[in-house]
Design a protein around this ligand. Structure first.
Ligand SMILES: [Zn+2]
Length: 325
């Protein structure tokens, strides 16, 4: 059985994988890595590839070791902080204790953290001791969408690895290979900003054109703070659609910058609305608004209430529009 790894070819070619792979090949795998990336789909695949590479030179996906990793049934390889819940200090205590014990199968022990941003500060501090005095043959591979909530000491004790944006063509091919229809893959790749996760979500958006119109309509209609209230109940801010709304908003604001600079637009079909937004916002205001979007993304991931985030988003957008005239 050959298990399917999403975007395997593209992630294997990434500098992040090649860096870690070459460390393993030279027998110099670091006791801790830190991978900063919002692209959780790519991180999933990267983790599986690294884990297989530790136990199998060719990452064949077919031998006993590879299969155990793909089935998540190897006791010495743990995948942690994969969901939305916070990783507590108690869990970290149990884990660091576990790390100090001999491995089940006599080889290396690996601990992967997908959402390290979900690990509390106290739990990070707990891990820090283990990072400072590493156990032989025990490796931590940590990843977070951003380093805002990561202790600088954790970062400085880890080898930092960059998972850079993927080229649009690689995303298009990867999406098609994973079963996405061609025209949708094309759209996702065009607007996914180098992220497989973002591209996949946008490619799957059933009502993409309508969603874009709703977002541009909100931005155009947001003239003063009194207007915020009218949009709070808009379906674009529902819990399910909010993340895609933020991605679209980023593209819209980026396109307004393009309009200012006379560069080609990504959303060609919304040229009229983009022009209107470019008239409302200066380039500086658009830059500030893009920062606001980023903050909202972090707040949503931290499980803030959607309506509060929407309120903050729109009030801040009005504010930067006036501030950066
Ligand atoms: Zn293998």
């Amino acid at each position: 059985m050959k298990a399917d790894l999403r975007y395997e070819k593209e992630v294997r070619a990434s500098s992040a994988y090649r860096t870690v792979e070459s460390d393993i090949r030279r027998g110099e795998m670091s006791h801790a890595y830190f991978i900063v990336s919002e692209d959780k789909d790519a991180v999933d695949t990267l983790f599986s590839l690294i884990a297989m590479r530790v136990y199998c030179d060719t990452v064949c996906k077919e031998c006993k070791e590879c299969r155990k990793i793909l089935m998540r049934s190897k006791p010495d390889v743990k995948f942690l902080a994969e969901g939305d819940e916070n990783f507590s200090v108690e869990e970290m205590s149990a884990l660091t204790e576990d790390a100090g014990m001999t491995s089940f199968e006599g080889g290396a022990k690996l601990y992967f953290f997908k959402n390290f941003e979900r690990v509390s500060e106290a739990a990070q501090n707990k891990l820090l001791k283990t990072l400072e005095e590493p156990y032989p043959n025990v490796h931590f591979i940590l990843s977070a969408a951003n380093t805002g909530s990561v202790l600088p000491t954790v970062l400085s004790r880890s080898k930092q690895v960059l998972l850079t944006a993927f080229p649009a063509e690689a995303i298009r091919e990867g999406l098609i290979r994973s079963g996405v229809e061609e025209d949708r893959a094309e759209r996702g790749a065009r607007i996914g900003q180098g992220s497989f996760t973002r591209a996949r979500i946008l490619a799957a958006d059933e009502d993409f054109s309508r969603h874009v119109s709703e977002v541009t309509e909100m931005v155009c209609g947001l003239k003063r703070s009194a207007d915020v209230r009218g949009y709070l109940k808009s379906p674009i801010f529902s819990k399910e659609r909010f993340p895609a709304t933020l991605s679209i908003l980023e593209i819209v604001l980026g396109d307004a910058v393009n309009a200012h600079l006379g560069l080609p637009l990504v959303l060609t079909e919304s040229a009229k609305e983009i022009g209107e937004i470019a008239e409302m916002y200066t380039v500086a205001a658009l830059g500030a608004a893009l920062d606001v979007v980023l903050t909202c993304r972090i707040r949503l991931k931290a499980n803030c209430i959607a309506q509060n985030v929407a309120d903050y988003l729109m009030l801040k957008m009005v504010e930067v529009k006036y501030k950066c005239r």
